[in-house]
Design a protein. Structure first.
Length: 193
């Protein structure tokens, strides 16, 4: 990505997280799994500007500093946990080449593992202890880290989603997700999940 394209990403991302933020979705479940890694102060942006910016960046969501923009008004637990992991990474001072994260980079992989742990109801604290600190990104604002469609599928591949006393394994096939039990489809988009 050339410098002008990176600058465009930064500008577009900043427009999506401008204005006042909302309460972070699934905050209690995420904080419980994150342990000592606080998500206090993370602002969620789910309005039209955030949705447009996220979609323009071909992302389901993105983190920029302590602000997260989502492409839909009710993000899933996996999406919210993935982006909260990016905020923890940026607070630790991750280094992002050109201030923009890359699909599949080590930070995306870590955020995928963190999201999987949160969705499964496990602690993600040890995984977050391994956040690799370095120099601040060249953007000076923690950079932009985006969750695209592939990352969204990776974050739940092989994960059992617990609902009451039932677990539905999830598998990914050619970019489409299938569940062994039909109830998963309604649970997946349930904002109380």
């Amino acid at each position: 990505m050339d410098t002008s394209a990176r600058g465009g990403v930064q500008e577009l991302a900043a427009a999506g997280v401008a204005g006042s933020a909302e309460h972070y979705p699934h905050a209690q479940a995420i904080q419980s799994a994150f342990g000592r890694h606080s998500i206090d102060g993370i602002g969620a942006h789910t309005g039209p500007e955030a949705q447009l910016a996220a979609r323009s960046l071909h992302a389901r969501a993105y983190a920029m500093g302590d602000r997260v923009a989502f492409s839909k008004p009710t993000p899933s637990l996996a999406e919210a946990a993935h982006e909260a992991a990016h905020v923890v990474q940026q607070r630790a001072g991750v280094t992002l080449e050109g201030g923009v994260g890359r699909s599949g980079d080590r930070y995306e992989q870590q955020a995928d593992r963190v999201a999987a742990a949160v969705v499964e109801g496990r602690s993600a604290e040890a995984e977050l202890d391994g956040v690799s600190a370095g120099a601040r990104s060249s953007s000076g604002d923690g950079g932009v880290q985006m969750m695209g469609e592939a990352a969204a599928l990776r974050s739940v591949r092989g994960v059992g989603i617990k609902t009451g006393n039932q677990v539905a394994p999830v598998r990914s096939t050619d970019g489409k997700s299938y569940a062994k039990q039909g109830f998963l489809l309604t649970i997946w988009s349930d904002s109380t999940f």
